[in-house]
Design a protein around this ligand. Structure first.
Ligand SMILES: *Cc1c(COP(=O)(O)O)cnc(C)c1O
Length: 413
C-alpha cells in the first residue's frame, strides 16, 4: 500500500496558503537582532552565549545547572549516560513518545521496558511501574506527554524504594508546572516548574521549532547535582576536560597550557553560540508563549465541550499543562474512520498530526522482540488520537478556520 505523505515539517502551506500547521516557531525582530549580534561577534560557537543561555534556563526552571546540547536527543543520550546506564541494563519508559526517548538508551546498549499509559493524560501509568522492575532496572524515564506533567511524587517514591534514577523527558513540557501536596516530601502545597528536578535526577528539553521555544535544533539537561553536571559537560565535548584539578597526569614538562585530557568516550554534541543567542531571546517570551497556548486550549475546550465525536485533553489537579499539543481522542465508532478523518482535515488545510505511533510498533523495535499488545492502552490511544494545530503565533482567524473545518469534517461523516 502506498501512502502519500506531506513532509513531517508541514509543507501543508505550500499547497494551501490558508493551511494551518500543527505547530510552528514564533520568531520576532528581537530574535533576529540577537542572531545578528552573535554573527558579528568573535564567537559563533563555544563562546559566552552558551553559558548565558544555560544560566537563564536553569534559573527559569529552578534548577542549579543546565547543560545545552545540539538536540533533545543528544541531551537524552547525555542524561542517560550520566546516570551510568549501560550495556544490558533496563530502563522503564512509556511507548507514547517520540522514538528518541527510548533510542537514547539503546545507544548505550540498554533495553527499554515499556510501561502502559493512563488513558486520559497519555502519561506513564505509575501504578504499573513496580510490576516491571527487575534486578536489571536502573532508570525510569517519564514523558510529560503533550505538556501535562506526570505525577512525579509517585514516580520519585518508587525510584527511592528501588534505588533507581529518574530522568524526565520534558521535551513537551517546558513552562509546565507540578502542584505538589505531599507531606512525604516535606512540602506543603507547592508549585514546581518542570525542570526544577525536585523529584528527579535530571530533566531534558528540546528546542526543535515545534517545541515551546526554539534554537533551530537544540536541547538541554537540567540537574541539581554537580556530579551529573560535570559528566554532561564532558559528554557533549568528546569526553574532554580542561580542568587541571581533574587531570590524571599531574605535573610533567609535557603538561602545559595546551594540555587537556579525554577521560571518557563522549561526542560532539555542542550547541553553537548562534543557537544559544536565539535561545536566550526566546526564553524571555516563554511565559507569554505558554499563556497563548493555554488561551487556545481554553477556546478549543469551550467550543468542543460535550461534542459527540471526540474527547478533549485533560488537566489534572496536580498539573499546570503547557500544552505542547492539543490531542483529541476519537470516540468508539469513529476510530475506524481515523485515516479518512485525518485525510479530510489535511485536505482542507488543518495540519493535523498523530502523536504517537507506539515506539515498539516500529520495525527496529519489532526486530528486538517487542510484540504488539504489550501496552494495550497506548495502542488504543494511538488508534484514537489526532493532534489539532496549536502554537503561540496562531491567530484568531486561524483558530476559527480550524474550528469550522473540524466541525464540517466531523458532521459530514
Ligand atoms: C522532540 C522530542 C524529543 C527529541 O528532541 P529533538 O530536539 O528533536 O532531538 C524527544 N522526546 C520527545 C518527547 C520529544 O517530543
Amino acid at each position: 500500500m502506498k501512502i502519500n505523505k506531506t513532509s513531517k515539517h508541514q509543507n501543508i502551506k505550500a499547497s494551501n496558503p490558508r493551511a494551518v500547521p500543527y505547530g510552528k516557531q514564533s520568531i520576532d525582530n528581537d530574535d533576529i537582532q540577537a542572531l545578528v549580534e552573535v554573527l558579528k561577534s568573535n564567537f559563533i560557537t563555544q563562546g559566552p552565549k552558551i553559558k548565558e543561555f544555560e544560566d537563564k534556563l536553569a534559573e527559569y526552571c529552578g534548577a542549579k545547572y543546565a547543560v545545552a546540547f545540539n538536540s533533545g536527543t543528544s541531551a537524552l543520550h547525555g542524561a542517560y549516560f550520566a546516570t551510568g546506564l549501560s550495556k544490558d541494563d533496563e530502563f522503564i519508559t512509556s511507548p507514547m513518545t517520540f522514538a528518541a526517548t527510548s533510542n537514547a538508551g539503546v545507544y548505550l546498549g540498554a533495553r527499554p521496558i515499556f510501561v502502559d499509559i493512563e488513558e486520559d493524560t497519555g502519561n506513564i501509568d505509575c501504578e504499573k511501574i513496580e510490576g516491571k522492575i527487575t534486578n536489571k532496572t536502573k532508570l525510569i524515564v517519564p514523558i510529560h506527554y503533550a505538556g501535562h506533567p506526570c505525577d512525579m511524587t509517585k514516580i520519585k517514591e518508587i525510584a527511592d524504594k528501588y534505588n533507581l534514577k529518574v530522568v524526565e523527558d520534558g521535551c513537551h513540557a517546558l513552562g509546565a508546572k507540578l502542584k505538589v501536596q505531599s507531606s512525604r516530601f516535606k512540602v506543603q502545597r507547592s508549585t514546581f516548574n518542570v525542570g526544577s528536578c525536585q523529584f528527579s535526577d535530571m530533566t531534558v528539553f528540546s528546542f526543535h521549532p515545534v517545541k515551546h521555544i526554539t534554537t533551530g535544533e537544540g536541547g538541554a539537561v537540567l540537574t541539581n547535582k554537580q556530579e551529573y553536571y560535570e559528566k554532561l559537560l564532558m559528554f557533549r565535548n568528546h569526553g574532554i576536560t580542561k580542568d587541571s584539578s581533574k587531570f590524571n597526569v599531574q605535573s610533567s614538562t609535557f603538561v602545559g597550557e595546551w594540555y587537556y585530557e579525554m577521560q571518557l568516550l563522549g561526542y560532539n554534541y555542542r550547541m553553537t553560540d548562534i543557537q544559544a543567542a536565539l535561545g536566550v531571546s526566546q526564553l524571555k517570551k516563554l511565559d507569554s508563549f505558554v499563556e497563548k497556548r493555554r488561551g487556545i486550549v481554553q477556546k478549543y475546550n469551550e467550543i468542543f465541550v460535550n461534542n459527540p465525536y471526540f474527547e478533549l485533553p485533560v488537566e489534572k489537579e496536580y498539573a499546570h499543562n503547557s500544552y505542547h499539543l492539543y490531542p483529541i481522542k476519537l470516540k468508539d465508532s469513529l476510530k475506524q474512520k481515523k485515516r479518512e478523518l485525518f485525510n479530510k482535515l489535511r485536505e482542507c488545510g488543518v495540519g493535523v498530526q498523530v502523536h504517537y505511533i507506539p515506539v515498539y510498533f516500529h520495525p527496529f523495535y519489532q526486530d528486538l522482540g517487542y510484540e504488539n499488545g504489550l501496552c494495550p492502552k497506548a495502542e488504543e490511544f494511538y488508534r484514537s488520537e489526532i493532534s489539532l494545530p496549536i502554537f503561540p503565533g496562531m491567530t484568531n482567524e486561524e483558530l476559527d478556520f480550524v474550528v469550522n473545518k473540524v466541525q464540517e469534517v466531523f458532521e459530514s461523516l
